[in-house]
Design a protein around this ligand. Structure first.
Ligand SMILES: Nc1ncnc2c1ncn2[C@@H]1O[C@H](COP(=O)(O)OP(=O)(O)OP(=O)(O)O)[C@@H](O)[C@H]1O
Ligand SMILES: CC(C)(CO)[C@@H](O)C(=O)[O-]
Ligand code: BAL
Length: 282
C-alpha cells in the first residue's frame, strides 16, 4: 500500500492510471477502522482496478466539539488493517492540507428537506460539513465508484444529492451494515463504550428488529413509541429519534404506506456516546 499525505503527491500518482483506463474505487473514512470499513474496501477491490481509502477526521461535520475531541484515532492499527485487506492507496491528509484557506464553507449544498429531518435535525450543519469534505475528496481522487455504508443511511442520500447538484462522474454504491454477533452495528464510536454499555447497546438493534417483526400488525406511531421505550428501559439515556420512513425518500411513513419499502432509523445516547442504526423493513 502506498500512503500519501499531500494532494500534490496523490494526484500525479492517480492520473496515469486513470488515463490508462483503470477504474478507481474510493472509500472515505474517519479511521478507527473495523470490519464494516473493511467490507467497503473488499467491495471496492472486487469492482475496481485500484482502491483508494482516505482517513480524515473532518472537523466541519462535528456539531458537538466534545464528540470531535473524543473521536477515536488508531492510525497504526488502521494502516496494518488496510495493508492486510489489500487496499492500494491510503490518503491521510492533515486539516491544513484539506482546508488551507480555513474551514469556512465556500458552497452551500442544496439538500432540501434531507437537512431538516433525522440526523439533519439533530446535528445542525453536519451534512453541509459532510458534503464539503466529500466534494473536496471526490475532486481530489476523481473515483469512478464511491463506496458508502448503509449504517449512515441518510448520509448516502445526502451525498447522492451533492453528486447530482455538481454532476460529478462518480457512481455511489451502498454497502450493507456489518454487525457484531450481538446485532450491534459496528461503529468507530463503539470503542468509547465500556463493556457494560456495549452489551446494553445491542438494544438499538433489538428495538429496530422488533419494529421489523411487527410492522404489518401495529400502527406506525405505536411501534415508534414502543421502540423508544425499549431503548430507555435497556440502558440508553436519551433517544433523539426512532422513525419509520419511506426507504426511497426518507419521508415519514404513514399506516397507508405499508406496501412501500420502509426503513426504521434510530439515534440514541448510551453514556456520552451517540449511536445510530437502521433496518430495512421489507
Ligand atoms: N458497520 C458498518 N458496516 C458497513 N459500513 C460501515 C459500518 N460502519 C461504518 N460504515 C461506513 O464506513 C464509512 C466511514 O464511516 P466512519 O469512518 O464514520 O465510521 P463509523 O464506524 O460510521 O464511525 P462513527 O459512526 O463512529 O462515526 C461510511 O461510509 C460508513 O457508513
Ligand atoms: C463520509 C465521511 C468519511 C466524510 O467525512 C464520514 O461522514 C463518514 O465516515 O461516514
Ligand atoms: N459516520 C458518520 C460520520 C459522523 O458521525 O460524523
Amino acid at each position: 500500500m502506498i500512503l500519501y499525505k499531500e494532494i500534490k503527491a496523490l494526484q500525479p500518482a492517480l492520473q496515469p492510471l486513470r488515463a490508462a483506463g483503470k477504474s478507481i474505487g474510493f472509500v472515505p473514512t474517519m479511521g478507527a477502522l473495523h470490519n464494516g470499513h473493511l467490507s467497503l474496501i473488499e467491495r471496492s477491490r472486487q469492482e475496481n482496478d485500484l482502491t483508494v481509502c482516505s482517513i480524515f477526521v473532518n472537523p466541519t461535520q462535528f456539531n458537538d466539539p466534545k464528540d470531535f475531541e473524543k473521536y477515536p484515532v488508531t492510525i497504526e492499527n488502521d494502516i496494518a488493517a488496510l495493508e492486510k485487506a489489500g487496499n492500494d492507496v491510503l490518503f491521510l491528509p492533515s486539516v491544513t492540507e484539506m482546508y488551507p484557506d480555513g474551514t469556512t464553507p465556500k458552497v452551500h449544498y442544496n439538500l432540501d428537506y434531507l437537512e431538516t429531518i433525522l440526523e439533519g435535525a439533530h446535528r445542525p450543519g453536519h451534512f453541509q460539513g459532510v458534503c464539503q469534505v466529500v466534494h473536496h475528496l471526490l475532486n481530489i481522487v476523481q473515483p469512478n465508484n464511491l463506496y458508502l455504508g448503509q449504517k449512515d443511511y441518510q448520509q448516502i442520500m445526502v451525498i447522492k444529492a451533492m453528486i447530482r447538484q455538481f454532476q460529478l462522474p462518480t457512481m455511489v454504491h451502498a454497502v450493507p451494515t456489518i454487525r457484531e454477533n450481538s446485532g450491534l452495528a459496528m461503529s468507530s464510536r463503539n470503542m468509547r463504550l465500556s463493556n457494560g454499555e456495549r452489551s446494553h447497546a445491542t438494544a438499538i438493534y433489538e428495538a429496530l428488529s422488533g419494529i421489523k417483526t411487527a410492522i404489518q400488525q401495529q400502527p406506525i406511531a405505536r411501534l415508534e413509541q414502543q421502540a423508544q421505550g425499549y431503548l430507555l428501559q435497556h440502558g440508553f439515556e436519551k433517544v433523539d429519534y426512532v422513525s419509520i420512513c419511506q426507504a426511497e425518500t426518507l419521508l415519514p411513513a404513514t399506516d397507508a404506506d405499508k406496501h412501500l419499502p420502509l426503513v426504521a432509523l434510530a439515534a440514541a445516547f448510551i453514556g456520552p456516546v451517540r449511536l445510530i442504526d437502521n433496518l430495512l423493513l421489507q
